[in-house]
Write a protein that binds this ligand. Structure first.
Ligand code: GAL
Ligand code: CA
Length: 349
């Protein structure tokens, strides 16, 4: 069985390596190669949904970096980006079609992390598969040597968000609005079952309790990463009269943090301390405006870079471990970084 897979892969590598030899030949021939078609690398990019701020940032970065590589390498990189519309069946059909159209590599933002069948499809077709942002089940990743995951560690995002709040709590009594020595918070959660939602929620709070801070959860609800849904939930809490009692709003991502801010502003309530994750452009504006206390940068550009480096290395027939920092042969981890107004000031001279 293993032998079959190996020989399949080396066949793929040979084919792909040919793409690069042709690229080099075309480059070496210089202007004389005008009639020569540049070699083409076809990459299928399946998004769980296009309607997601952070995920569309990754897709845009990938597109931008692919154009740069084209210039540098004298080749074409065709990205076929498809929108899974949050439906795993739709995404599986899209992957079938991308494979059928002969793509050389697949970058998949999987809808349902348990959909291992996707790995089997790619393995059978001998197409390297790079998952990103939504982490498949660890055992499934072992089903194929050319299945990879590029993303950030959810636990780390939660810990950094918790630390932001811890620092603010330790900085003085202002955060404890009612002066009871307990931190009253609400939590806006991402999609149920998503690693980032579950672990950010858990570790943000754990970071405070581990540091000895007494906390009280006033309310929590899912808002599916969405600004509009978060605004509706927060508005409901305010209508229930929680406005004065909320000292901190934890949001699993920036869009939801901004939704909470929208609700407080609309109700003309004083803003509590609000924290998000991602460091999207509108979130950084809100940090600069003093409305969002802080966020945790989710490195979308880093994810795109690592995916492209992996695709190019695999297509080149070279060892992917030489192109990216590969853990356990399958994982590329991007670090999170906390961002507050202080960090923004440091950047602007
Ligand atoms: C998270 C990100 C969210 C959302 C989600 C989608 O990492 O923080 O904003 O994009 O991924 O899977
Ligand atoms: Ca309090």
């Amino acid at each position: 069985m293993n032998r079959t897979i190996k020989s399949c892969c080396s066949r793929w590598r040979r084919k792909a390596a040919g793409v690069f030899c042709a690229a080099l030949a075309a480059l070496a021939a210089g202007c004389g190669a005008a009639e020569t078609e540049p070699p083409v690398l076809r990459v299928g990019v399946a998004l769980y949904t296009q309607d997601d701020t952070f995920v569309s940032t990754i897709a845009a970065e990938l597109e931008r970096m692919a154009r740069e590589e084209e210039q540098e390498r004298g080749m074409r990189i065709n990205l076929s980006v498809v929108d899974g519309r949050s439906n795993q069946t739709t995404q599986l059909e899209q992957v079938d079609s991308l494979i059928g159209r002969g793509c050389d590599a697949l970058c998949v933002n999987i809808v349902d992390r348990t959909a291992a069948v996707l790995i089997d499809k790619a393995r059978k077709a001998d197409v390297p598969l790079i998952f990103f942002n939504r982490q498949p089940v660890a055992e499934d990743m072992l089903r194929w040597e050319h299945a990879y995951y590029v993303g950030a560690k959810a636990v780390e995002g939660g810990v950094l968000q918790g630390r932001l709040v811890l620092e603010a709590w330790q900085a003085g009594p202002a955060l404890d609005r009612n002066g009871d020595g307990v931190l009253q918070y609400v939590m806006l959660e991402g999609e149920p079952g998503h690693q980032d939602a579950m672990l950010r929620t858990e570790y943000a709070v754990k970071t405070l309790t581990d540091a000895g801070v007494a906390v009280e959860k006033l309310a929590s609800d899912t808002a599916n990463w969405k600004r509009g849904q978060a605004m509706a939930k927060a508005r409901q809490w305010l209508e229930e009269g929680m406005g004065d009692a909320i000292e901190v709003v934890f949001a699993n991502n920036d869009d939801m943090a901004l939704g909470a801010i929208d609700a407080f502003k609309q109700a003309e309530e004083d803003l509590p301390l609000v924290v998000g994750v991602d460091a999207t452009a509108p979130a950084l504006e809100a940090v600069a405006a003093g409305e969002l206390y802080g966020t945790v940068r989710n490195d979308g550009a880093g994810i795109a870079r690592a995916m492209l480096d992996l695709v190019l290395a695999l297509a080149d027939g070279s060892d992917p471990a030489g192109a990216v920092e590969l853990e356990d042969g399958h994982y590329v981890w991007l670090p999170y970084r906390a961002v507050t107004a202080r960090d923004l000031e440091e950047k602007t001279p």
